[in-house]
Design a protein around this ligand. Structure first.
Ligand SMILES: [Zn+2]
Length: 454
């Protein structure tokens, strides 16, 4: 019966390990909740750099700001990774109207979609045709669409408790819709904003052109305006729609990933990454998307330094370049990792807003996931024990190619799509307390991976 005694001893040991882990995690959480600089860092990033789309002077400023924050934390090294990024500029303020059959005009609250071509100074004016599914679009084909403006009225499905599911479903209207409309000869695309509630703010975001189809100008209108336009179309009171955008794509320019690193004491070759994207859409301040992810990642390093933890493995906080309209920063990070033959054992991304933590999603082998799942109960006291199978995040996604175990921080998603990519994504709409709670559980997870490996 010796095996039984051995199993018993291992059981006791793991109970003790869990107890000491829970004490350590409590210490980490206490440090964040008491001394975190994340909220102040977010204020500085949001107000001093502000909207910071790839290639903009504001992005270069954000790189300087974050580098300084990392240096001030006293991490071992702070460095940049150069990458070429698309340089899209919005140009003059957009405008647009619905021209009603009674001769009246209704001003639309609209924004050009990221990466979209402009209309030129004259704008586009045409009949509008509404579609609610891609099937409808394909069925109409060129016969129904040629010469018209296609109105993609894809409402985010409110029944999904995780709002990202609705975003994933309806997102195709913005990402692929305009290009497909161009394929069938449309002259413009109007997309219902990917916002889950009704409001007056247009939400921008990337649209992707298929190079084999004509590129047509594309805008997003507020959800309230989408409801209005749809109603007028049903009542047959719309004669035309008009919009004017002066956006254009310029040649690629140089931007940078920003990296702060604490070198591992036992296994320095094993790299753990925690990050978010430093670029942000230009309508707001990129406070939730993804300033919060960046400052939370920085906070993980600050806590390690503040508590005098000597990590076994090398831990990096990364502010990735150009997630929003190109993902060049994430791709560059992988390219350099491969060129240097680096061993990336784990990466965690926070890019779902600075809201109350709920848990993490894991994208890794079953064996690694089983190990991670044993830590679930340690997160229960902090409301973050929702451990699910799912993607890590866009910026760390490329690391999957070299076998890196990935995780995504999951905050509560109910309010994210009120402000996502809109003028309302500002510092004032981030809760200090919620931001810090997120940073705290992220630091706890990174500490566990550092402690036990994967
Ligand atoms: Zn984001």
């Amino acid at each position: 019966m010796k095996w039984f005694l051995l199993m018993y001893a291992i059981g006791i040991q793991s109970v003790f390990a869990q107890q000491s882990d829970s004490v350590m995690i409590r210490t980490i959480v206490n440090e964040v909740l008491t001394n975190s600089t994340s909220y102040e860092n977010l204020r500085v990033l949001s107000k001093q750099a502000g909207p910071r789309l790839a290639g903009s002077p504001a992005y270069a400023k954000a790189v300087k700001i974050v580098s300084k924050m990392l240096k001030d934390m006293g991490v071992d090294t702070v460095y940049l990774q150069e990458c070429m990024v698309p340089h899209w500029v919005r140009g003059e303020k957009e405008r647009g109207q619905i021209l009603l059959s009674n001769g009246k005009k209704y001003d639309l609250k609209l924004t050009a979609l990221g990466n979209s071509v402009g209309t030129g100074a004259k704008g586009v004016t045409a009949k509008v045709i509404e579609v609610n599914t891609m099937d409808q679009l394909h069925k109409m084909g060129s016969a129904g669409i040629k010469g018209k403006i296609v109105f993609f009225n894809f409402r985010m499905n409110p029944i999904h408790v995780r709002t990202f599911t609705a975003y994933g479903e309806s997102g195709v209207s913005r990402t692929r819709g305009p290009s497909l409309a161009g394929k069938y000869g449309a002259v413009g695309a109007i997309v219902r904003s990917l916002a889950i509630n009704l409001n007056d703010y247009p939400h921008t975001g990337t649209t992707v052109y298929n190079d084999s189809f004509p590129k047509i100008p594309a805008v997003a209108i507020s959800t309230n305006d989408a409801e209005y336009l749809s109603k007028q179309l049903k009542n047959k009171t719309v004669s035309n729609a008009y919009f004017r955008t002066m956006s254009k794509m310029l040649p690629d320019v140089v931007d940078h990933n920003v990296i702060g690193e604490i070198r591992g004491s036992e296994f320095p070759d094993e790299i753990i990454t925690v990050g978010g994207h430093l670029d942000a859409w230009d309508l707001g301040e990129g406070a939730n998307d993804d300033g919060s992810g960046v400052v939370q990642s920085l906070e993980v390093l600050r806590v390690i330094k503040a508590l005098g933890i000597k990590p076994k493995r090398t831990i990096r906080a990364v502010g990735f370049a150009n997630e929003e309209n190109g993902l060049r920063g994430g791709n560059k990070y992988l390219e350099i990792a491969k060129a240097k033959n680096e061993k990336h054992i784990f990466a965690l991304e926070s890019d779902a807003g600075g809201f109350t933590p709920r848990g993490f999603s894991f994208d890794m082998t079953e064996a690694k996931r089983n190990k991670v799942m044993q830590w679930k109960s340690l997160f229960h006291p902090y409301g973050a024990s929702d451990f699910t199978i799912g993607g890590g995040g866009a910026d760390i996604g490329p690391l999957k190619e070299i076998g890196t175990a990935l995780a995504g921080f999951i905050p509560d998603s109910q309010r994210y799509f009120d402000i996502h990519h809109a003028a309302t994504d500002v510092f004032e709409n981030v809760s200090e307390r919620e931001l810090k709670m997120g940073a705290a559980v992220m630091a706890a997870l990174i500490w566990l991976v550092d402690q036990y490996g994967l």
